[in-house]
Design a protein around this ligand. Structure first.
Ligand SMILES: Nc1ncnc2c1ncn2[C@@H]1O[C@H](COP(=O)(O)OP(=O)(O)OP(=O)(O)O)[C@@H](O)[C@H]1O
Ligand SMILES: [Mg+2]
Length: 380
């Protein structure tokens, strides 16, 4: 094998991917979660760690982690199926398993009958063919796929993004429970905003899911971000002083997207001199905040109603420390029962959260400052 040629043609992955929703070059700060998940795959069917909820606010890295777990599962004898929780999800689960099984099993050099992709979609394995495939329900199809995979010593891992309480998710939850009852080698990871996940867990039909492992995806630890920056700068042969490094790390606030953006701009602005100056750090933070406004805040706020915005601007007066509902009422001139549905909707969209009764705060760094720029003088 010509190793030399291989090395020279392999392009090194850039350290930072400053695109929201994009796959990072490396998952930072989630080692423990990943480890626990992988251990779960080797635990008995139905174990707590084989049914995981990834709970996190917007941009905390749910999708990024879900995709990483799907890849790792592949290397650990599982066929993954990543889907988004919307209508038609369960059909898509069946199709994705078949497609991924065909790809993974053929890649291993084995001839897999029944998993070829046909002109009219996917043939349904050896056990369920053509005509009756259409009539079988989700549960039957999933059970047959589990049995099919068992022949190749593979299990099935379902990964559901943007989980909300819907008929599809309820059907999936119930089906998962049946699969466990039938001792099928299946595991599941569901990712969602806190409010959406708690609605799933509180559903009467799905109470058994309360036994699942619940993982809260909070900010990434600053120490881990610093270590990643050090690694990136060293590899790129860029010099940065300890103080400036700390300043850049602190500005990320542990928010994954800001970590990507600030790192990216630091490398870019360091330029050919390959030294990070104080002005470089400030410019990088400013550019990152600008991107955050354009790519996260603008689209997030665009669909909101005037009253939603009024609510948020009334909160912005208090900045980061959070607001009492009573103060929002006084500033907007609306009473509490009028404001409640707005509060509930803003919580469910993941823009604000309620750390304790009567209080609300923003979930994302810099949103308060961004809205402050727009706050009417009337609130002053
Ligand atoms: N652990 C991580 N390490 C490095 N980068 C990360 C990590 N988690 C997320 N990112 C980066 O942060 C950004 C936001 O991540 P992601 O889209 O996964 O968030 P999310 O929780 O799915 O957000 P949403 O609720 O809006 O769907 C992406 O650019 C992603 O690459
Ligand atoms: Mg996501």
């Amino acid at each position: 094998m010509n190793m030399k040629k291989e090395v020279s043609t392999v392009k090194q992955k850039p350290f930072f991917h400053p695109t929201f929703g994009s796959r990072p070059a490396q998952i930072v700060g989630r080692d423990q979660i990943i480890e626990q998940f992988l251990e779960g795959l080797y635990e008995p069917i139905g174990s707590r760690n084989r049914c995981t909820f990834l709970i996190g606010q917007r941009g905390m890295g749910k999708t990024a982690l879900l995709l990483e777990l799907a890849d790792l599962a592949r290397e650990n004898d599982m066929i993954p199926a990543v889907v988004t929780a919307y209508k038609g999800m369960n059909e898509e689960i069946i199709e994705t398993i078949q497609r991924n099984a065909a790809q993974i099993l053929t890649k291993n050099g084995r001839q897999v009958q029944g998993f070829e992709v046909g002109a009219f979609g996917f043939s349904f394995g050896l056990t369920l063919s053509g005509a009756n495939a259409g009539q079988a329900g989700f549960r039957t199809k999933l059970a047959l796929l589990c049995d099919e995979m068992e022949k190749y010593n593979k299990g099935i891992l379902l990964l559901v993004d943007e989980t909300t309480n819907s008929d599809e998710v309820r059907q999936l939850g119930i089906t998962y429970q049946h699969m466990i009852g039938e001792n099928k080698n299946i595991a599941i990871v569901m990712a969602g905003l806190p409010q959406a996940v708690s609605s799933v867990l509180n559903d009467k039909v799905l109470t058994f899911l309360n036994r699942a492992e619940k993982v809260n995806l909070g900010p990434i630890s600053l120490a881990e971000i610093k270590a990643y920056y050090v690694l990136a700068f060293r590899k790129e042969e860029i010099q940065i002083s300890e103080d400036l490094l700390n300043e850049a790390v602190a500005a990320t606030e542990g928010y994954p997207y800001l970590m990507q953006l600030i790192g990216y701009y630091l490398l870019r602005f360091a330029g050919t001199e390959k030294t990070v100056k104080p002005i470089t750090v400030r410019r990088a933070i400013e550019a990152a905040r600008h991107d955050m406004e354009e790519n996260v805040f603008t689209p997030l706020l665009a669909p909101l109603s005037d009253t939603d915005l009024l609510f948020l601007k009334a909160m912005a007066v208090d900045g980061r420390r959070g607001s009492q509902m009573a103060d929002i009422g006084a500033r907007t001139g609306k009473n509490n029962s009028y404001l409640q549905p707005y509060r509930a909707r803003l919580i469910s969209t993941g823009i604000i959260e309620a750390p304790k009764k009567g209080k609300v705060c923003f979930t994302m760094p810099y949103l308060a400052e961004y809205l402050q720029k727009e706050v009417d003088e009337a609130f002053d």
